[in-house]
Design a protein around this ligand. Structure first.
Ligand SMILES: C[S@@+](CC[C@H](N)C(=O)[O-])C[C@H]1O[C@@H](n2cnc3c(N)ncnc32)[C@H](O)[C@@H]1O
Length: 279
């Protein structure tokens, strides 16, 4: 961490832990149980950009300068996302979960850690094509207010559209993807009808409680940044928030196995990390 002297890993760990403690006590954001290697990488990156050599100096900076804190926050939340990310998961949703949702009068789907909204908009498109959009409410939540503002606007970068079109087609999309957006001055705006059943709201998986009962929860590529304690906490929150028979959809590198909640779910689709709450 110190750019000039050899790094003492224990001292470095202590300094990062004090930085996270300071952030929590000053700003209320709790990264204390995020996976250490990932946090260390993000902090090192920020140190280089700010020209500091230790996390202690960065702590001094963020405590006295809220703008510096927001720059560090931007590093810590990792907003990377795509529309129809991992298309096979959306194909599995169409094939396996849509028939179950058809049987219900109404459904609520929660995208926890939705970043800039690509995942909820993908879901809205899928449900529209399956004739289920009008009877479904989609909740997109995230810790990052900046990401949510972008999500609410429904604006996507034009240069991402080629990838998103490929993903959409690979996920079993039934129409021309261009039917869902208009482009203008290098930006793409998702059509407003997709937005009408999506609620975007701030929700922190570490500190906030359950806020509804859902038939489906997507939480993909969020818990990979959490340590075991925090992952277990979030799995409890999801268990409390899912209806019996509801589905939990995780990221490709995530699993519910080896968590205390595992026995309350059955594996619905192992390859696509889809689990169904049974009790
Ligand atoms: C890598 S993105 C994943 C986005 C999307 N789920 C996907 O798979 O494409 C991780 C998101 O989790 C959010 N996040 C991180 N910690 C969170 C927390 N404690 N509560 C809610 N969201 C959080 C970040 O702000 C970020 O937008």
């Amino acid at each position: 961490m110190n750019l000039h002297n050899p790094v003492d890993p224990e001292l470095e760990k202590l300094e990062i832990s004090l930085l996270l403690e300071g952030i929590f006590r000053q700003y209320g954001y709790d990264f204390r149980n995020y996976a250490y290697t990932s946090v260390k990488r993000r902090v090192t990156h920020r140190l280089q950009l700010e020209g500091f050599d230790t996390a202690t100096r960065l702590l001094d900076g963020v405590l006295h300068d809220p703008e510096m804190f927001h720059r560090l926050l931007g590093d810590l939340v990792i907003p990377v996302t795509e529309m129809f990310r991992d298309p096979e998961t959306f194909q599995a949703f169409r094939d396996g979960i849509v028939p179950e949702l058809r049987k219900l009068p109404y459904a609520r789907i929660w995208h926890a850690g939705c970043s800039t909204g690509e995942e909820p908009y993908s879901m809205a498109i899928l449900l529209e094509e399956e004739g289920l959009l009008d009877k479904t409410r989609i909740y997109g939540t995230d810790i990052s207010e900046g990401a949510l503002e972008q999500a609410k606007d429904g604006v996507m970068p034009l240069e991402r559209m080629q990838l998103y079109t490929q993903n959409y087609q690979a996920s079993g999309g039934k129409r021309a993807f261009s039917e869902y957006y208009v482009s203008d001055h290098g930006l793409v705006l998702m059509k407003p009808f997709l937005r009408k059943n999506i609620v975007f709201a701030r929700h922190n998986l570490v500190t906030d409680r359950s806020f509804n009962e859902f038939q489906v929860i997507f939480c993909r590529n969020v818990m990979i940044y959490f340590d075991t304690v925090l992952r277990e906490h979030v799995h409890r929150l999801f268990y409390e928030s899912l209806a019996v028979g509801g589905f939990l959809v995780l990221g490709n590198k995530e699993s519910i196995s080896f968590t205390p909640m595992a026995e309350r779910y059955e594996v619905f689709d192992d390859a696509n990390r889809i689990y169904r709450k049974v009790v």
